[in-house]
Design a protein around this ligand. Structure first.
Ligand code: AMP
Length: 667
């Protein structure tokens, strides 16, 4: 059997690691460097070049050299923003709306996953050469906010490279593993990850070897590249003033400027000043023109002020979401090459009053964590429990268009949650399960992840059939939804791999929108709730009437039965009225009538059990019964019984206990 490696498949650079002699190490590539640029290109002979070689041809061959491919993985064309597609190579949509990149040299279009698979293959080949052994499988890291389809697409890339994926691991979790925080009894860790093109903040709670990602936030359009652009703009503006030529319009000059800017930026992480020299950058009527500039850290910092400001908010949001104060953070981990920038390090210290951990190289810390996880899987290292979280709430649409959340936001995964739902109409033969993701109480405001129908439900009064809906998220964050009719055993399952396709920015936007629309949503929800509660009450009343005719016979409790029937008719009459008052009055009347009927039931029971005691205790005990949990857990009633047993098993709160009329359970 071959070995397992850990791979950090980064937007800008990728790194491969392995556990050797019980220690995680990074494996250098065939060019002798420990990080491999995540770039794939084609030469004019249609030969593929990967990593440093591809990076070297970025300037001369921009149309056939593909970088930032991670931004396209698992995403549809119409989900991409303008910035993502403003690359020098051609990106387009194919007939089914998937992203494709075009190489004029090979005259072919490629799926991003296909090109990424060649990066994985190179990393694996180089690691095999180093190890002198074959590699069968890998642990691959992804950003914590990656949705199902992005995770699935990452797995697909590995499969195309001939590698089995043992685990998709969240990048911040990997970084925390690299520092061995799991060995202390409890730790709150902030992972600050500023790479080449993205910024991610994650808050982890690590307790007795269990990793929980409590919150994530970030900016998918902020990274080292933006700092490079600031220097490029400064250089280009100076040149424009002097020679009236905008170098940014000349693709080749722009590439050279970008490379020089990145080099200067990296040098300023260690030096106070540096020189930028670009001979023969362009020509004018007077001959060749050159750039020769002094550039220092102070100037760099003043140019980058707005970028620094953009680092604040995601940290604040993540802290807010986790419910922690900055003082409660025990450890700060710096990840990504851009955290070497001194002003970024300073800023982190002002956000969290802790000296950040920097002993593991920030470019390699994620790969080291992935290697540790691969060591755990291969048995070379002791096992750990790893939990990541869902970035947004997952649920389904119930009657009235309400969102019933089954898995709340920031729930640790893997997780399985199920609940039982019923029909909203009598003799309803099928139910539609519409899976949604988001924070709004109204389902239509949340993103639809997929929809399926479970049919063949035998005819029955509304509220009687029991359809168990289960959401299952595996350790890789892939969601499977199933619906089972408990009477017939008929089952429908869908894997949501086409997923939500939401990036981190969109996730943050959704959360902010849910907060700002909370009052408006609450009003709309209360209208729907009122109607749904009335429907629930009618279903309850109808069930009680059926019980009554079985218990007492058709005329046994005629007065109470008749009162309930009439009250049901009233509620039905007012249910669609705009004026809520009439509905409220009729609902109260039905509750009262039902109370009367239930009193009759209880009286009957008490007389059976103790004919002398019965009447004396009737009122008190029935009143308690009606408003106690036991009433709703009536053993005679399989529906209630099921609902409540689910509630008790559930890991999270459920409003049913607080509100007996809660009606998120009709499909
Ligand atoms: P990563 O995605 O973690 O590989 O980070 C890549 C980014 O880190 C690129 O934008 C690099 O320019 C940047 N970077 C690498 N080393 C340094 C450094 N010493 N100072 C500033 N930025 C750096």
């Amino acid at each position: 059997m071959g070995q397992i490696v850990g791979i950090d498949l980064g937007t800008t650079n990728s790194v491969v690691g392995v556990v050797e002699a019980g220690r995680p190490i990074v494996i250098a590539n065939s060019e002798g460097t420990r990080t491999t640029p995540s770039i794939v290109g084609f030469t004019k002979d249609s030969e593929i070049v990967i990593g440093d070689q591809a990076r070297r041809q970025l300037v001369l061959n921009p149309k056939n050299t593909f970088y930032n491919l991670k931004r396209f993985v698992g995403r549809q064309w119409d989900e991409l923003d303008d910035i993502s597609i403003s690359v020098p190579y051609n990106v387009k949509s194919n007939d089914s709306g998937s992203v494709r990149v075009l190489s004029p040299f090979t005259e072919r279009e490629y799926a991003p996953e296909e090109l990424i698979s060649s990066i994985i293959r190179k990393l694996v080949n180089d690691a095999e050469t180093y190890l002198g052994d074959t590699i069968d499988s890998a642990v691959i890291t992804v950003p914590a906010y990656f949705n199902e389809s992005q995770r699935q697409a990452t797995k697909d890339s590995a499969v195309l490279a001939g590698i089995k994926v043992d685990r998709i691991l969240n990048e911040p979790t990997a970084a925390a593993l690299a520092y061995g925080f799991e060995k202390s009894s409890s730790n709150n860790v902030l992972v600050f990850d500023l790479g080449g093109g993205t910024f991610d903040v994650s808050l982890l709670k690590i307790s007795n070897g269990v990793f929980d990602v409590k919150a994530t936030c970030g900016d998918t359009q902020l990274g080292g590249n933006n700092f490079d652009s600031k220097i490029v703009d400064w250089l280009a503006e100076k040149f424009l003033m002097k020679y009236k030529i905008d170098l940014r319009r000349d693709r080749q000059a722009l590439q050279r400027l970008t490379e020089a800017a990145e080099k200067a930026k990296c040098e300023l992480s260690g030096l106070q000043k540096t020189k930028i020299s670009l001979p023969f950058i362009t020509t004018s009527d007077e001959g060749p023109l050159h750039i020769e500039e002094e550039f220092d850290r102070k100037l760099f910092e003043s140019l980058s002020q707005d970028l620094l400001d953009r680092l604040f908010e995601p940290v604040q949001i993540a802290l807010e979401d986790s419910g922690w104060d900055a003082e409660e953070i025990d450890e700060v981990v710096l990840v990504g090459g851009s955290t070497r920038i001194p002003m970024v390090q300073q800023l982190v210290k002002t956000l969290v009053p802790k000296d950040p951990c920097q002993s593991v190289n920030p470019d390699e810390v994620v790969a080291i964590g992935a290697a540790i996880q691969s060591g755990i899987i291969s048995g070379d290292l002791r096992d750990l429990l790893l939990n990541d979280v869902t970035p947004l709430s997952l649920g389904l649409e119930t009657i009235g268009g309400l969102m019933k959340v089954l898995i709340p936001r920031n729930t640790p995964i893997p997780v399985r949650q199920s609940d039982v739902f019923s029909t909203s109409e009598s003799n309803q033969s099928s139910v539609v399960v519409q899976v949604r993701q988001g924070e709004r109480p109204l389902a239509s405001e949340n993103k639809s992840l997929g929809k399926f129908r479970l049919s063949g439900i035998p005819p029955a009064p509304r509220g009687i059939p029991q359809v168990q809906v289960a959401f299952d998220i595996d350790a890789n964050g892939l969601l499977e939804v199933s619906a089972t009719d408990r009477t017939t055993g008929r089952k429908q399952t869908v894997s949501i791999s086409g997923g939500s396709n939401l990036n981190e920015q969109e996730i943050n936007k959704i959360i902010a929108e849910a907060k700002s629309k909370a009052t408006e949503d609450r009003k709309k929800r209360s209208v729907i709730d009122r109607k749904n509660n009335a429907l629930t009450l009618i279903a309850q009343a109808e069930r009680r009437l059926r019980d009554a005719s079985l218990e007492f016979g058709p005329y046994g409790a005629e007065r109470q039965q008749r009162a309930v029937e009439l009250a049901i008719q009233d509620v039905e009459e007012f249910i669609d009225d705009d004026d809520p008052r009439e509905l409220e009055i009729s609902v109260s009347a039905l509750q009262e009538a039902l109370f009367g009927l239930n009193r009759r039931f209880a009286a009957e029971k008490k007389i059976e059990n103790n004919p002398l005691q019965g009447i004396k205790n009737t009122f008190g005990s029935i009143k308690d019964e009606l408003f106690s949990d036991d009433y709703w857990d009536d053993d005679d009633d399989p529906w209630d019984n099921q609902m409540n047993s689910n509630y008790r098993n559930s890991r999270y709160g459920n409003s049913r206990n607080e509100d007996p009329w809660d009606n998120d359970y009709f499909l």
